[in-house]
Design a protein around this ligand. Structure first.
Ligand code: GLU
Length: 413
């Protein structure tokens, strides 16, 4: 997972974007870049490795401008290199992308045949050449983005800037998370609320397939069909402090040490203070259920294997467990008496989300067990049970795993 940031601001944006990218560092990356728009023209700086390299580069070659986009890249197509780092540029269009464009090979051949010159090996670069070709045909930037999105297969969160458009940023999402932050005469986009924490607490979560046309004072959101839609503004106060190691040698050690405290907090949240009574949301109702399906990837999948014992021993309900990436390909038999539980630390695990969407219309109820309450899986399930584990930066999951076990144990009881 990489990180995306976009800002239409009142101040010089490159240090603000760099700071927001630092907040997204926990998602992992191999290179990073920023592009800013100044007096109608776009300049970019990109660097391999840690953000400090980009920050050094910006000291020697600063970027001016009050609008900009930034990216931390986790390479999928084309190795980690400066040429492959985002933002990518063609004609008047600059973009940052999180995800994979599955049909990029066919698009690249088509665009090359029409004279496009590719400067990277990425799937992403097809997006800027496509959008630029639509601008050349006379389309406006929003129309060019809509036409571009219609040609893309795959998963993406995108932020576009256009030369000559000082007050325009276009964002789009399909399969990858993206949030809009509404400021006071400023507008922001980010891969998650943590990136935008110091900038605003007024957030708009884009739905699957949406794209948003932003100016400093206005947000216009279109659904996948191009229809203008309204999406609610939610106020979410995300912890503003940068996540640090608090004296531990590394994040994993810190997160292991946090386990007693977070388990206590999670228990306090679910147990009624007067006695040993478990209070779960009303929508957590297993009446009439004759089967539980648990779907997850990686560490969360191991948590499901432990919880299966509890569900069968304590609740007497048969449990099936699936690796999320396989689930929808085996055409699972779904019945109205089935309850499905989706477990994911981030709540954005792409295969787990796809599995949730696959079953949603066909079974009794979907329950999300996730750490990030504003995540796609939490929002799309019928009911979400948060882990209360706080941000988990360590790649090897520790406290989130323990917290998953706790919530699954409470569910089985
Ligand atoms: N597929 C794109 C690339 O390889 C984006 C990867 C990402 O999400 O960082 O450049």
């Amino acid at each position: 997972m990489c990180g995306i940031v976009g800002i239409l601001g009142k101040h010089e944006v490159s240090p603000i974007i760099l700071d927001a990218l630092q907040r997204l560092e926990y998602r992992g990356y191999d290179s990073a870049g920023i592009a800013t728009l100044d007096n109608g023209s776009i300049q970019r700086r990109r660097a391999l490795g840690k953000l400090i390299n980009l920050s050094d580069l910006l000291v020697h070659e600063p970027l001016k401008g009050k609008a900009g986009i930034g990216h931390t890249r986790w390479a999928t197509h084309g190795g980690p290199s400066v040429a492959n780092a985002h933002p990518h540029q063609a004609g008047r269009v600059t973009v940052v992308h999180n995800g994979i464009i599955e049909n990029f090979r066919a698009l690249r051949e088509e665009l090359s045949a029409n004279g496009a010159d590719f400067a990277s090996q990425t799937d992403t670069e097809t997006i800027v050449h496509l959008a630029s070709s639509y601008l050349d045909q006379g389309m406006s930037p929003p129309d060019a983005v809509q036409a571009t999105l219609a040609r893309l297969d795959g998963a993406f969160a995108l932020a576009f800037l256009f030369e000559g458009e000082n007050d325009l940023l276009i964002a789009a999402r399909r399969g990858s998370p993206l949030v809009i932050g509404v400021g006071n005469g400023e507008m922001f986009v980010g891969s998650d609320a943590i990136a935008l924490a110091p900038l605003t607490d007024q957030l708009i979560y884009l739905e699957e397939g949406d794209y948003a046309v932003l100016t400093r004072s206005n947000v216009r959101i279109h659904d996948a069909q191009g229809k203008i839609v309204s999406r609610p503004i939610t106020r979410i106060a995300v912890e503003n402090t940068r996540v640090d190691k608090s004296g531990h040698r590394h994040f994993m050690a810190k997160e292991m040490a946090e386990q007693p405290a977070i388990l206590q907090a999670a228990l306090g949240f679910h147990l009624c203070p007067e006695g040993r009574v478990l209070e779960l949301p009303k929508a957590v109702d297993f009446a009439g259920a004759d089967r539980v399906i648990m779907v997850a990837c990686g560490t969360a999948h191991y948590a499901c294997h432990v919880a299966k014992y509890w569900f069968e021993q304590i609740a007497g309900v048969p449990v099936e467990i699936d690796i999320a990436s396989e689930f929808r390909y085996r055409n699972p038999v779904l019945t109205r008496n089935t309850i499905a539980i989706f477990v994911s630390q981030s709540g954005e695990t792409a295969d787990t989300l796809a599995a949730l969407r696959h079953v949603k219309e066909h079974i009794a109820r979907t329950i999300a067990v996730v750490n990030v309450r504003t995540s796609s899986i939490a929002r799309e399930a019928d009911v979400a049970l948060p882990l209360h584990a706080g941000p988990e930066i360590g790649v090897a999951s520790t406290k989130a795993f323990t917290a998953q076990l706790l919530v699954l144990a409470l569910l089985s009881i």
